[in-house]
Design a protein around this ligand. Structure first.
Ligand SMILES: Cc1cc2nc3c(=O)[nH]c(=O)nc-3n(C[C@H](O)[C@H](O)[C@H](O)COP(=O)(O)O)c2cc1C
Length: 303
């Protein structure tokens, strides 16, 4: 099995939810067992609570604080940990949300206590938990995104049309298959010979993207000259054409008769620069350009 970034992030989130949850339950138990706070050496902190609303009713001892800690940071995080163990999506979302809750909780401490190491540390823990939750959510969406090529039955019916694509995560692949299915076109995947998968692949691609380098690809194993029209589907890398498609266009120069482009990216941009670069490399003028904003698999055409 290939390395799963979601699994790694899920395990870290289990750690954070258990660490914060167990710590909060332990702290709350001590507060409820000895509401004066003397046993924990916290009695001297009670005066700081008196600036809070309704302090005369709820902050004369640690009963209310203990119950609040138990519910807001203790049982909440332990519930999220249980859901994460059960591999439920809700565990991922709640795990991240409770990181934010912890940061908000600590913000109250920042207001009422003088600046101190413990509050600062726990704020950082909350931030780390929230970021881990967000990463786990994104990785979960990315890894559950699949393209079922078998369902595109119309592909290959019109031998005059071709759809070419490069795709790291599968988003451009799905768009290309949809386009080819509508057109009845043949489909061809550009395959990079450099590493493009996973986190290391992402940074490696970023390097090629930043330098505007072409990325080596496998030999083009299809006769491009036999098609009257080619549609090129490409992701955007670092605000420009992605590196493997750049190399494809260099190699395909003079072999494509007519072309249009489909570009995928996170933003609402139209990336005319990428279309112009392909035109220049292919020595053609595109007949159409479509931009698709794609956020972890949710596609929307940019009008
Ligand atoms: C190295 C790299 C750089 C990227 N740079 C941009 C960018 O500048 N703007 C943007 O909107 N999306 C950017 N993206 C996001 C991709 O364009 C987007 O996720 C696309 O849907 C990926 O398609 P794929 O899964 O088919 O490879 C970048 C992705 C990678 C890997």
């Amino acid at each position: 099995m290939t390395h799963s970034r979601f699994e790694a992030a899920r395990k870290w989130l289990v750690f954070w939810t258990l660490f914060i949850g167990i710590g909060a339950v332990a702290g709350a138990t001590e507060m409820l067992v000895d509401p004066s706070g003397k046993a924990m050496g916290m009695a001297a902190m009670l005066p700081y609570f008196q600036v809070l609303p309704f302090a005369e009713y709820v902050f004369q001892d640690f009963v209310f604080s203990g119950i609040a800690l138990l519910i807001v940071n203790g049982l909440s995080n332990l519930t999220a940990a249980g859901l994460l163990f059960a591999r439920k999506k809700a565990g991922v979302i709640l795990g991240g949300v409770f990181g934010v809750t912890l940061m908000l909780w600590i913000c109250i401490q920042f207001v009422i206590f003088p600046l101190n190491v413990m509050s600062t540390l726990y704020f950082i823990f909350g931030l780390a938990q929230a970021c881990t939750g967000y990463a786990a959510y994104v990785f979960m969406r990315q890894e559950s995104f699949t393209v079922d090529t078998a369902k595109y039955k119309n592909i290959g019916r019109d031998k005059t049309r071709l759809v070419v694509y490069f795709s790291r995560m599968g988003y451009t692949k799905r768009t290309a298959y949809e386009a080819a299915d509508v057109l009845g076109a043949d489909i061809y995947e550009i395959k990079a010979t450099e590493r493009t998968e996973g986190t290391i692949g992402f940074w490696w691609c970023g390097r090629f993207g930043m330098h505007r380098w072409p990325m080596p690809i496998e030999d083009i194993s299809i006769d491009l000259t036999k098609y009257s029209h080619v549609t090129i589907c490409s992701p955007i890398w670092v605000f420009a054409l992605c590196a493997p498609v750049r190399e494809f266009c260099i190699r395909a120069k003079g072999r494509i008769k007519e072309v249009d482009y489909v570009l995928l990216h996170h933003t609402q941009g139209k990336y005319l620069n990428a279309a112009k670069e392909m035109d220049d490399l292919l020595c053609l003028t595109h007949t159409a350009l479509k931009n698709i904003q794609c956020r972890v698999g949710k596609m929307r055409e940019v009008k």
